[in-house]
Ligand binder design. Structure first.
Ligand SMILES: NC(=O)C1=CN([C@@H]2O[C@H](COP(=O)(O)OP(=O)(O)OC[C@H]3O[C@@H](n4cnc5c(N)ncnc54)[C@H](OP(=O)(O)O)[C@@H]3O)[C@@H](O)[C@H]2O)[C@@H](O)CC1
Ligand SMILES: Nc1ncnc2c1ncn2[C@@H]1O[C@H](COP(=O)(O)OP(=O)(O)O)[C@@H](O)[C@H]1O
Length: 539
């Protein structure tokens, strides 16, 4: 059965299996099925999707590689020959007949028996291209006919259907291994077979894959634990605040935002970043939002005229005093070097701390703060880190290309090292918690690639967390909080406190991306535009 995956509405939470698990599931299935049955199912599914995508195609080009991915394409071509008698089909095949796996050899025989037209040159004109060059076993394409075909498939304005994975996309990480960019010119679809692969949803994967489809080929994928889950927080509307009556502003949690370095400090004024985070916190439903601007000078505002609900407080006194011990604190947005003045106190006292931007950069510079952060969980204090790839790289002591080469691993490593929930931002944000299977977010797009959207996210994370976890209620799951389901990707050993942090992060990241996905096409998106769309937890 074909399943179309729509970002933002993937429910229930779907498991993602990397190459090793996918191969193990494939081997187990092959052992119980008659010869060639699995590949026949794969070919049937490819042919069905090809017909659905281009029902009136005049010319279909199938580029087929040297092994089973190519076998899928060859067998689909044989099927399409009988299913689309009026359509011209051209097959380009590259491989060594003496080294073909059994299924692929059978597929080549079927394609030849069907009387298909073979050509080493892509047709001048085609309505549908099928990329069946490399799948699970693919490496980057070196120079040669396959690389030329792949480039044709990237440059064409015709629809392209990738079989299992776009050729040369790393299944486990979404890293694009080819020397040319993963930036298709035309509409693109990927039909993932048997399992959904993590690489389709993060790093270069989303550009390379386009619209993702899944066919499990009649094989259950629950035999092996997944390598990741798709992030699908419960978006069913619960009772809205209008439908609840007993609450007061304290019931919705307090949020303290510390950041926004004043321009007088070193000429780098970033007050706007903290204002965005604080406004986002208010709009995402925190009951009370306090704002401490760092490095305040005589001209530092003490009032947000557009959002007078925000309460201004001296930053350092708040970090060291009662407020930081009670509230959820979001620290770092536009903090510059001034963030150093408050970080140590927060790491010591704050029960629930979101660290973003310059707070992460400061941590990267100072080993004793990193050690302090790592010890917080054991002391019952919880932390959420929201790095973009460069901030993650600074924390890990590598460069951002290395982070992007394996985002899942980078997020897992950060979560483990700092005993924190981690949101590694960017296309396909990865959310990880210590010892847990990470999640990949499906919402969001490059409209968010503009200054300040990360500050809005940090405020949202803080606000959702404030509504789910309040000091003094530690260990209790509020009624509004969806309880972890068996398929939630969270194992039983996750403490309630960490679970709440993880759920707040998952929900915030999902909603943040969904706002950009719903934004009218053709209109630019400023970070501040996101604010109007924010809703409190859970309504
Ligand atoms: N068995 C079945 O019934 C089913 C199979 N299925 C399908 O099989 C796919 C997995 O098949 P697969 O394991 O044969 O791997 P695939 O990706 O086709 O090729 C790997 C080969 O290519 C070679 N190679 C790699 N990179 C290269 C490069 N740059 N340039 C040149 N050569 C390169 C590599 O060479 P080597 O690394 O050994 O030197 C190796 O020989 C899976 O994605 C799905 O589509 C499903 O439909 C379910 C049913
Ligand atoms: N191409 C993209 N696709 C999806 N989300 C993106 C993309 N680019 C940026 N984002 C999102 O936008 C936000 C940017 O955050 P960040 O880099 O911290 O910006 P800033 O510090 O300017 O606020 C993150 O939530 C990130 O995941």
């Amino acid at each position: 059965m074909l399943l179309r995956l729509d970002p933002g509405s993937c429910r229930p939470k779907l498991p993602l299996h990397g190459s090793a698990a996918s191969r193990a599931i494939e081997q187990a299935a092959l052992a119980h099925l008659p010869p060639h049955q699995l590949m026949q199912r794969a070919a049937g599914s490819i042919a069905a999707l090809a017909r659905a995508l281009q029902p009136h195609a005049r010319h279909v080009w199938l580029a087929c590689g040297p092994s089973n991915n190519g076998g899928d394409g060859l067998l689909a071509a044989a099927l399409l020959r009988t299913q689309l008698p009026q359509t011209r089909l051209t097959v380009s095949w590259q491989g060594n007949e003496s080294r073909l796996p059994d299924d692929a050899r059978y597929a080549l025989q079927q394609a030849r028996a069907a009387g298909l037209e073979f050509s080493d040159r892509p047709p001048e004109d085609f309505d549908l291209g099928i990329d069946a060059l490399l799948g699970l076993g693919g490496r980057g394409l070196g120079p040669g006919p396959m690389a030329d075909w792949m480039q044709t498939l990237q440059q064409t304005r015709a629809t392209v259907l990738c079989v299992d994975l776009p050729s040369g996309l790393a299944c486990d990480s979404g890293a694009w291994l080819n020397p040319f960019a993963a930036r298709p010119a035309g509409p693109r679809h990927t039909l993932s077979l048997l399992t959904l692969k993590p690489g389709l949803f993060t790093a270069d994967g989303r550009d390379a894959a386009g619209q993702v489809w899944l066919d499990r080929l009649g094989v259950a994928a629950d035999q092996l634990p997944p390598d990741a889950w798709l992030n699908a927080p419960d978006t069913e509307p619960g009772p809205t605040r209008q439908q609840r009556h007993g609450a007061h502003k304290g019931s919705h949690g307090d949020l303290l935002v510390l950041g926004g370095q004043d321009v007088s400090v070193d000429g780098n004024g970033m007050s706007g970043a903290a204002l965005l985070a604080a406004r986002a916190g208010l709009q995402a439903g925190a009951g009370r939002v306090y704002l401490g601007l760092l490095g305040a000078g005589p001209a530092t505002p003490a009032l947000d005229l557009l959002w007078p609900e925000l309460m201004f407080r001296p930053a350092q006194a708040s970090a060291e005093g009662e407020l930081a011990r009670q509230a959820i604190t979001v620290c770092g947005c536009g903090g510059g070097q001034s963030v150093r003045a408050v970080l140590s106190a927060l790491l010591e006292h704050s029960p629930r701390l979101v660290l973003d931007a310059d707070a992460l950069n400061a941590l990267a510079q100072q080993a004793d703060w990193r050690a302090q952060l790592s010890r917080r969980l054991a002391r019952g204090q919880h932390s959420i880190l929201t790095p973009h790839p460069l901030e993650a790289a600074r924390l890990l002591g590598c460069d951002s290309a290395q982070v992007q080469a394996d985002r899942l691993q980078a997020a897992r490593e950060l979560a483990q090292q700092f005993q924190s929930v981690v949101v590694l931002k960017g296309s396909g944000s990865v959310i990880a918690a210590p010892g847990q299977i990470p999640l990949i977010n499906t919402t969001g797009n490059a409209l968010l690639a503009t200054a300040g959207t990360g500050d809005v996210l940090a405020g949202m994370v803080g606000a959702y967390w404030a509504q789910t976890a309040r000091p003094g209620r530690q260990g209790q799951m509020p009624a509004a909080m969806p309880q972890p389901s068996p398929d939630s990707g969270l194992n039983g050993s996750l403490s309630d406190g960490l679970e709440m942090a993880l759920q707040a992060a998952c929900r915030a990241v999902h909603q943040h991306g969904a706002l950009a996905d719903r934004w009218p096409s053709g209109r630019g998106l400023r970070a501040g535009d996101l604010l109007a769309g924010l809703t409190p937890w859970p309504g």
